[in-house]
Structure formats: C-alpha cells, structure tokens
Design a binder for this molecule. Sequence first.
Ligand code: HEM
Length: 406
Amino acid sequence: MTALAQKPLPAHVPPELAMALPLFARKVTYDNPYEVLIPQMHADLPAVTYVTNIFPGDQPGWLLKNAEDVQAMLRDADNFTKNGMGKWAQNIGENWLVIPTEADPPVHTAYRKALNSHFAPQKMFAMKDQVRERARTLIDEFKDKGACDFIADFSEKFPVFIVLDLLGLPQDRMAEFLKWEKELLHSNDWEVRGNAVRCVKNYLMEEIEARRVAPRDDYISKILTFEVDGRPWNDDEVLGHCFNLYIGGLDTVTSLLGNIFAYLATHPDKQNELRANPSLIVLAVEEFLRAFAPVTAFRIATKVIEIQGQTIMPGDYVAFSTPVIGRDPAFYEDPQAIRFDRKAPHMSLGSGIHKCLGMHLARLELQIAVEEFVTTLPEFRVKDGFQIPYFAGNILHVPDLHLQWG
Ligand code: HEM
C-alpha cells in the first residue's frame, strides 16, 4: 500500500517511517477508501508515520493515526500553530491571513469572540426554512426524472446557495464559484490554485468595497463593524474571513454529502430506516460525520516535541486526518459498522480552539439534505453499471455519483 520515500529525508526522520500513502495520492480509486485503505492503515502503520505526499504539492508531514494523539495535539495551541499554513495568500505573494483558520491565540481568541455569536445554533436554525427551500428547489428539478447526477445536480450547488445566502451575495455567478472552488481545493498545481485565489479575492474585494461605500443589511456589512484590539477589522481581515467561509463552507459539505449518499445508495436498509423514521436523522448525521469524514487538516510544530517516541521538529507539518481517526479501532468499537444509535464523539468538525465555526450550519445542511431526499424520493440506488469513484486526497470525496430510482 505504500511507496518508499524518494527525496532525501531530514535527519530526525527514521527512513522506515517515511512513505507515500495512497490515501493522499490525489487520484481516483474505485475501492472505497473507508472500507479498504483506512482499515489497512490502522492494521499496518505505526502510530506516527512520515508521509511524503500528505500536503498538496506532494509535501511531507507526519500522520498521527490515533484519535487520542490528534486530540492531544489539537488541545496544544502552544506547541502547534496554524499561522499561514494554508499558504493561500503566500502563494500569490501576499500576506493576509485566512480568518480565523490561520490565526493563533491571542488574536484568534479575539476573532472568534467577534464571530461565534453570528454562527450560534439559534442563528443558524433561523436559516432552516431557507436551507430547506434551497434543497427542495434542487430536488424538484430531477425528482420526476427517475435519476440524478447527485454531485453536479445537488451536492455542489446546495452549499454554494447557502454560503452565498449567508454572506448576502447574489446567486448568479454559481458556475464561476464552482470552477474557482475546484481549482482552489482539488488542484495539486500551485499555479492553478494561485489563479483561483486571485479570482476569489478580486470578487470578494469588490463586494466588500461596495459595502464600505454603502452598508447593507447583510453579513459582510456586519463584518465591517467587527472590532479587534479596539479597532475595526481592516480590509485584509474582512477578506480573510469571507475567504475562510468560502473554502470552509462549500467543499466540506459537498464532499460529506457525496460520501453519505454513496453509502445510502448502496445500503437500502439504512436508507429505508431513515425514511421510515426521519427523527433518526439527527443522530444518523453524527454517525455519518464520524464514519465519512472528508477533511485532512494540519498543524505546524513550533517547538521540538515528542509524539509516541518520535521527535517532531519546529516547522514540521503534522496532519489531523479526520477520515483516519474516525475509523480508529482503539477509539471506536467496531469502527466499520455504521450505527445510528452510536452517539460517539468525533473530531470531524475539529476540536479545540479551531473547532468548526460553521458546525451548526453544516449539521443543518446535512440533516435537511438527507431528510428531503428520503422523504421526497422512493428508494434510490446507484445507476446501473455506474462504479463509484473516490478521490483520495486532502478532502476525501466522491467526485461523481449517478443515482436512479423507480
Ligand atoms: C460538513 C461540513 C464541514 C466539515 C466536515 C467541516 C470541518 C471543519 C474542520 C475539521 C475544521 C477544523 C480545522 C482545523 O482545526 O484545522 C473546521 C474549521 C472551520 N470551518 Fe468547518 N466544516 C464544515 C462546514 C463548514 C461550514 C458550512 C462553514 C461556514 C459556512 C465552515 C467554516 C469553518 C471555519 C471558519 C473554520 C475555522 C475555525 C477556526 O479556525 O477557528 N465549516 N471545519
């Protein structure tokens, strides 16, 4: 399952711990990684591995396969930073931060203080009818056709609608938004990524500028009134935050929905359980978050630190891979079983100070999407002859999913 490392290794990396892993190969595989690669990794890999292809551009970093080690790292903001780690601005020769993702305490604490109440459960719950309406409009387009292209017809568009609604941006540039999003998050080519960053930045800056001149009753106008260190957020900070909602709120939801619906389409019993009893959906979504988590995020070590006997040096990237830790057999009893009554904690929406700002919205979107599908459509399945592709990379997802029913 692995390839030995090709490039010279830093002196503190034991050669036997260095390898490229197919889970981060940024390639399509037709073997479901949640069922094949990840259990194999838990069986074969040591607790800490130096993975030479773990970061986009085939850059190396440490993979912690145990949920408990990841938990300890996420609680340790003194030894691990996120500052500048996405390399979004650096990649285009600029130095703004993606906020709050790339900020460290104490400024991170100040940013979250300004932001948290705007993403509180009751605020997100107030968007429920709008979110449901968006889901219904999309499902109405194909519900009588007996088939849909789930990703293109539903899961890509749905979160874009919602994030644009959240920010108060018009819906008419959906196609461009989707193109930039794919280039930003799925390309392994830093030039393609950089061009997409510029496009998103230029678009957001225009919208921010328009609201500086004439504030509206929308979220971007509100951000312009946020304060940090006793002064209003500057343009770079407003941009950095809008950019964070763009990269955080779209692809994650699309990916998780693809993973969930690939499962439901191949497990009619589970689908029908939810259809017969939609009140199970809230708990089912938590189990789906655990079992089909897409995101591999990172921290950068700031000091020399030891994890499971291995020395990690300052500047080393350490991965926090939610698909891997969500299936940790040392943390979950029978992790391969999907049980709606499991009620187990998970870190698929993060943990510690950087825990997902949009988590209540994410849950609402996932719950409503599952509910609208199972209550509107009869039993659906994978289209005859279609093989489900999985894209193995930093966001583990199903890039294409054809469903049929009737
Ligand atoms: C199912 C969907 C989602 C998943 C799986 C997800 C996952 C995550 C994870 C794992 C983190 C922590 C990253 C880290 O610690 O390095 C995070 C942070 C974040 N997410 Fe989400 N997310 C989802 C949806 C959303 C949505 C809908 C929004 C906003 C509209 C959002 C905005 C953010 C922001 C702003 C952060 C940074 C928080 C901070 O650094 O303090 N996410 N998300």
